[in-house]
Design a protein around this ligand. Structure first.
Ligand code: F58
Length: 795
């Protein structure tokens, strides 16, 4: 029986439970119910998926390909249910079987195939591409182990492998017929004009497809993830000789390639595997893209007209040389024309200005794994230098292959992810290349999908919005501005604050049952959730918290605004300074939370294992959003947008998209502090800036003294000497220099929060004025300015 829209969900669930999973309702476990519901929902997505594919073929439309090493998609069941508007039906269907909807949703593991913002952005983009009806594929790697699971032991981060596929996964379709051979190493054979690469090692990339459905199920695109397999999985000869390890070796080796997601790129070991992963993804994606193009159009000169490939950071930047290799070496086009076709097809998004995060590869390693590509990079660089003789920024200096300049030269457009970031790209990392190609850099400020980040995660607020202005905001978020008049209505504001309070109660209940953390929902919920990094300055936050605690102790009877400081985030396993910050926050929490003198006014909680699902719990319940990076360092941020949308005003610096958030929500609804990017650069040149800042602020000095004296680590007083001496010394991220102004901004927050109605107004204006931060707007920007692609829903 086919499960169409007309089959009641209740029947589809039972049918799948019975025939797909072989269980009757009496014996089904929670996972069976989750799978049966997922399959029932999936059936309905598949219909839209087929239709979208068919329409793309029929119209011969241009296709967009988003290549990314990360897709942080999180859970998919609720996403499907919400986008197909099946929430009520799913709830009542499960209730008929005596099952709780939320319990069933909570059984789904997070697909954590990404580290942070970059991976989550890719996931929001996929959903928006489907909502808009732009024909698109995401290409990534099907990591067996996603981002590590984090727990705390005595306050320290401990990493454990993540295994999302251990439980059954409902959303992918294995495509054993879609496989490509990906080679590494070997040698290059040149005979006259003919050049051929003969790899010495090959693995197979096998496709797994996940349909991504857009709002109201009008369109669905594909996320195609590659998994590594051996070409000859089993060495029978070795087996027959009793060498079972050698017999299984080819398979084990090939699988290594898609085994784990890289948690950071700071360590040397494993660099080779990372480069292999990047070529594995890119090589497989390009073969697949060209196969599809050939079937439909044939003439490779039309590639830029029919195909747009977006490189999510430099990780798939090998696409440039690989495309040139295929066009030139394998398909016989001239080198020059191959470069032009590749450049007409590729565009590149930069996500960071941090010099240590811009990818480079030692030419030894690069040449060993990809000998032909190294020659091609050299030739591209040579030609570029010939055209621009005064050029100094090469992609081939210091015995390195530099992926930033390579991506820039091989892309028709290069974009930054917020207005400030894009301008800084032009004056810092890509200054010279920008001057040579002034039309190439464009801005596309990031956004987030309103389906997941408001409609699904904050149903109470979504309900109030829909009852106030109708439901069109869901895929036209600018309509939230229609809420502005309601903000003058005290009755409406009261509803708005009641919703925030309910969300806080719900979060408190969850924290208490899941983690034994007891929080009073009347406190100000002050939230900083993101990867741990010195530039994100979680240590500025905890320093201010400690200083504040000491001040409350000095005067425990004053009318302090009660606050709960919430933290969550993972540190890269090899980033020891960041791990020390986590431990300091946990140590400070242990001391401060058990201080009876202050416990009414201040609590700290660091929730373990931050992931998309935890963010979905925290964002709707936040009163205050901490976006406190050193100006000039956070390319955009997207958490900042989720908070503003859900009615948590920002305390933040003029960094990344904070600048644009402040412009949209209004300066009076944003707690600004800190130096500007320009002042930061200037301050770094001031001698002993940190010492001077510490001397000038007794609160800061006291907090640092207490940490140094072991107040939070009595069994090991010197535990945080590294952090304290770093702050007193180099303080590259200017924690000390920004402390005093951060403190001032936080006291302004305290005062504002006391005015309940005023705060509700400010929060509601944040919601009403965040419409611009929808990833639908961002994707339309890419479609118009970069891809020249069209929506097939509007045709
Ligand atoms: C982030 N980058 C930016 N990189 O830091 C953030 O400002 C921006 O909003 C976001 O991209 C989306 O544009 C980011 O998340 C990574 O996670 C790297 C991936 C490769 C390994 C090292 C971390």
């Amino acid at each position: 029986m086919i499960h169409t829209k007309t089959t009641p969900l209740r029947d589809s669930i039972l049918r799948h439970l019975t025939y797909s999973f072989g269980k009757d309702p009496e014996h089904a476990i929670l996972e069976d119910w989750r799978m049966a519901l997922s399959f029932a929902v999936r059936d309905r997505i598949v219909d839209a998926w087929f239709k979208a594919t068919q329409k793309t073929y029929e119209t011969g439309a241009k296709r967009v390909y988003y290549l990314s090493m990360e897709f942080l998609i999180g859970r998919l069941l609720e996403d499907g249910i919400v986008n197909l508007e099946l929430v009520d039906e799913a709830k009542s269907a499960l209730a008929e079987y005596g099952k709780d909807y939320h319990e069933v949703l909570n059984d789904e593991p997070d697909a954590a195939l990404g580290n942070g913002g970059l991976g989550r952005l890719a996931a929001c983009f996929l959903e928006s591409l489907s909502t808009i009806g732009c024909p698109a594929h995401g290409y990534g790697i099907r990591y067996e182990h996603g981002l590590f699971r984090q727990s705390f032991v005595d306050g320290r981060q401990v990493e454990m492998p993540e295994h999302w596929l251990e439980q059954r996964h409902a959303w992918e379709f294995e495509r054993p017929e879609v496989r490509y051979r990906i080679g590494f190493g070997g040698h290059v054979d040149t005979r006259g004009e003919t050049v051929r690469w003969y790899p010495s090692e090959e693995v197979e990339a096998e496709a797994y497809d996940t349909p991504v459905v857009g709002w109201k199920g009008r369109w669905a695109n594909t996320l195609r993830l590659w998994s590594g397999r051996a070409i000859h999985p089993f060495d029978l000869d070795a087996f027959n000789h009793g060498d079972y390890t050698r017999a299984a070796a080819p398979e084990a080796l090939a699988r290594t390639i898609s085994r784990v997601l890289y948690p950071d790129d700071t360590t040397e070991q494993g660099k080779e595997l990372r480069l292999k992963q990047e070529y594995f993804l890119t090589g497989a994606a390009l073969r697949d893209i060209l196969r599809r193009f050939n079937n439909q159009f044939g003439d490779l000169r039309r590639l830029p007209e029919k195909v747009s490939i977006q490189l999510n950071d430099t990780h798939p930047a090998i696409a440039g040389p690989e495309l040139v290799r295929i066009l030139h070496d394998e398909r016989g086009l001239s080198f020059q024309e191959s470069v032009e076709i590749a450049r007409g097809t590729l565009s590149y998004t930069n996500h960071t200005l941090l010099p240590e995060a811009l990818e480079t590869w030692g030419e030894g390693l690069f040449g060993k794994l990809l000998p032909r590509h190294l020659q091609i990079v050299d030739q591209i660089d040579h030609e570029h230098a010939k055209n621009f003789p005064k050029r100094t920024q090469s992609m081939r200096s210091d015995n390195l292959v530099k992926m930033g300049p390579l991506s820039f030269v091989m892309a028709h457009h290069v974009n930054g992810v917020s207005a400030l970031h894009t301008e800084l790209m032009k004056t810092t990392v890509f200054e010279e290349l920008h001057n040579l190609h002034p039309e190439r850099i464009v801005n596309q400020t990031n956004g987030v999908t309103p389906r997941r980040w408001l409609l699904a995660c904050n149903p109470r607020l979504a309900g109030l919005i829909t009852s106030s202005i109708g439901e069109d905001w869901v895929d036209d978020l600018g309509q939230l501005s229609k809420l502005e008049p309601f903000v003058e209505d005290a009755g409406w504001l009261d509803k708005y604050s009641t919703i925030k309070r309910s969300n806080k109660v719900e979060l408190s209940n969850w924290m208490s049952s899941a983690h034994g953390i007891h929080a009073d929902p009347d406190m100000l919920f002050d939230v900083q959730i993101k990867r741990l990094h010195e530039y994100k300055r979680q240590h500025l936050n905890i320093l201010e918290t400690i200083a504040h605690w000491l001040e409350i102790r000095d005067n425990p009877n004053a009318d302090w605004t009660p606050r709960l400081k919430l933290f969550a985030g993972k540190a890269a396993p090899g980033y020891f300074f960041a791990k020390d910050i986590i431990r300091l926050i946990n140590d400070a929490a242990a001391v401060i939370n058990s201080d009876p003198m202050t416990s009414k006014f201040l609590k700290i909680a660091f929730l373990p294992n931050y992931n998309v699902t935890l963010a979905e719990r925290l964002v709707p319940a936040a009163d205050l959003s901490e976006q406190i990076s050193t100006a000039g360092k956070e390319a955009s941020g997207t958490g900042n947008m989720k908070f503003a949308l859900n009615g948590a005003p920002t305390v933040g610096t003029l960094d990344g998209a904070n600048v644009e958030i402040r412009e949209h929500v209004g300066a009076e609804n944003f707690f600004l502090f800190g130096m500007t990017a320009e002042q930061v650069m200037e301050r770094r040149t001031t001698e002993a800036h940190a010492r001077k800042a510490i001397e000038a602020d007794p609160r800061l000095k006291r907090a640092l003294d207490e940490i140094r004296a072991g107040r939070f680590s009595p069994s090991e007083p010197g535990r945080y000497e590294g952090i304290v001496s770093n702050l007193e010394g180099a303080d590259y991220f200017l924690v000390c220099s920004d402390f005093t102004d951060y403190w001032r901004a936080q006291r302004e927050v305290d005062a504002s929060f006391k005015d309940t109605l005023g705060w509700a107004r400010m929060a509601a204006l944040n919601t009403a004025r965040s419409g611009w931060f929808s990833s639908d707007r961002t994707i339309r920007g890419y479609m118009n300015d970069i891809w020249k692609a069209e929506s097939l829903l509007e045709k």
